[in-house]
Ligand binder design. Structure first.
Ligand SMILES: C[S@@+](CC[C@H](N)C(=O)[O-])C[C@H]1O[C@@H](n2cnc3c(N)ncnc32)[C@H](O)[C@@H]1O
Length: 390
């Protein structure tokens, strides 16, 4: 067992030839990390070709610890001319990439790979700030429904809560006002969205929300901490939603609940001009699929929660419509979708102008339906929650 100041876990995964070191490594002397180095040396005994050294969750490492680990890696390369070492870092642990990157100067066969630089196909659309107007409108539209739905899924005042993939943090603000959680962590991997969230919080004097930069698939948050963990409209944008669910499960307290929302875009609807609208949203689903995102995930939520080990699963759906409030809000949301889906994503996929024009027309028809005095326009959402077994 490491000493308390060395709260680290060292493991070797033979399948992936991956030695991982997670937690805090702050030794005063070499002997204090002997267990970790022993795991590393055992790994060397098995590995052929490339050894991956995963430090994605190595939150703290002092200079002594770095020197010990670096020496072990350099000596391994010098003893084995065929060996390569790839250190896998994450931008969430900000110092790691530069620090381990310097090792290349000492030993060229040690390289660094920052895994979340380009780690899911839709990342550039979601993290570059273009999504901010979309998220703002969406949350305004869904909150009218969700504030009544959330208590049915277990949210009551005073709970420790986390909103994972919080986007621009507006849901966290609304949840804090309505449900006064005892603690509220809001985590996202978009620096621009978090900067926006922090600026809004500062402007409106909102306190107590812990906005955190992080990777939902590899969170630095401790296990079993939160009574209620939300993850809204986000499982559908990952190519591996099961990895996120595993993390949501981990940080949730036994007996606590997680709450997810997702869409089924091809079921967006409107009257008049129903056919054009339906065509466009069926194409939206295909467009996201091209970038390995599943915006049809909503009705699959139950299966995902069962497979992730949750109990007492509750599922319901609701429809955001033009009649919920000001129809112009609905129209603005569709205009923001059109700008990103037709203006950015379809262009990036390489769609021809005729396709893009027809694609845009469906959004315009949806706006027409929303603003028409006898029209109806809808956007369906699936809500699901499950309890972590006690
Ligand atoms: C569709 S948005 C939803 C945001 C927010 N939950 C909402 O409903 O407005 C998806 C969010 O997931 C974030 N995200 C994507 N990958 C992530 C990751 N690996 N870790 C944390 N956040 C991530 C994106 O930056 C984006 O803010």
């Amino acid at each position: 067992m490491p000493a308390p100041s060395q709260a680290f876990v060292a493991r070797y995964d033979e399948n992936n030839q991956e030695f991982s070191l997670a937690g805090t490594v702050r030794p005063e002397a070499d002997g204090e990390v002997a267990d970790g180095i022993a795991v590393f040396n055992r790994a060397l005994g098995h590995v052929r070709g490339t050894l991956y050294v995963n430090v994605k969750r190595l939150a703290r490492l002092n200079n002594t610890g770095f020197r010990i680990l670096a020496r072990a890696m350099v000596e391994a390369c010098r003893a084995r001319p065929e060996l390569k070492i790839v250190v896998v870092t994450s931008s969430v642990v900000g110092w790691a990439t530069a620090k381990f990157g310097r090792l290349r100067l000492i030993e060229p066969r040690i390289s660094v790979y920052e895994y979340d630089g380009q780690f899911y196909p839709g990342q550039s659309f979601l993290e570059d700030g273009g999504f901010i107007p979309i998220l703002r409108n969406q949350t305004r539209m869904t909150w009218r429904h969700e504030r009544a739905i959330l208590p049915r899924h277990g949210l009551t005042p005073g709970l420790a809560m986390a909103d994972i993939c919080c986007g621009i943090g507006d849901f966290a603000v609304l949840a804090q006002r309505e449900f006064a959680p005892s603690r509220l962590v809001a985590l996202d991997h978009s620096k621009s969205s978090l900067a926006y969230a922090r600026a809004v919080a500062a402007e409106f004097g909102i306190q107590g929300i812990e906005y955190t930069y992080g990777d939902a698939a590899e969170m630095l948050l401790d296990a079993d901490q939160f009574d209620f963990v939300t993850c809204r409209h986000s499982l559908q944008i990952f190519n591996r939603p099961d990895l996120i669910l595993r993390e949501l499960f981990r940080i949730c307290k036994p007996g606590g609940r997680i709450y997810i929302t997702n869409e089924k875009n091809s079921h967006c609807l409107g009257e008049p001009r129903a056919q054009s609208i339906q065509w466009t949203y069926t194409e939206v689903a295909k467009l996201f699929e091209h970038f390995e995102m599943d915006v049809e995930l909503g009705p699959k939520s139950r299966r995902y929660l069962v497979d992730a080990g949750f109990h007492d699963i509750r599922v319901e759906s609701f429809m955001v419509t033009n009649l919920d409030g000001d129809p112009q809000d609905f129209a603005d949301m569709i205009a923001a979708w059109e700008a990103v889906y037709a203006g950015d994503m379809a262009v990036k996929r390489g769609d021809p102008p005729e396709f893009i024009e027809r694609f845009r027309q469906g959004f315009r028809d949806h706006i027409h339906a929303a603003l028409h005095p006898k029209g109806y326009a809808g956007w369906p959402i699936w809500v699901a929650s499950g309890q972590k077994p006690i």
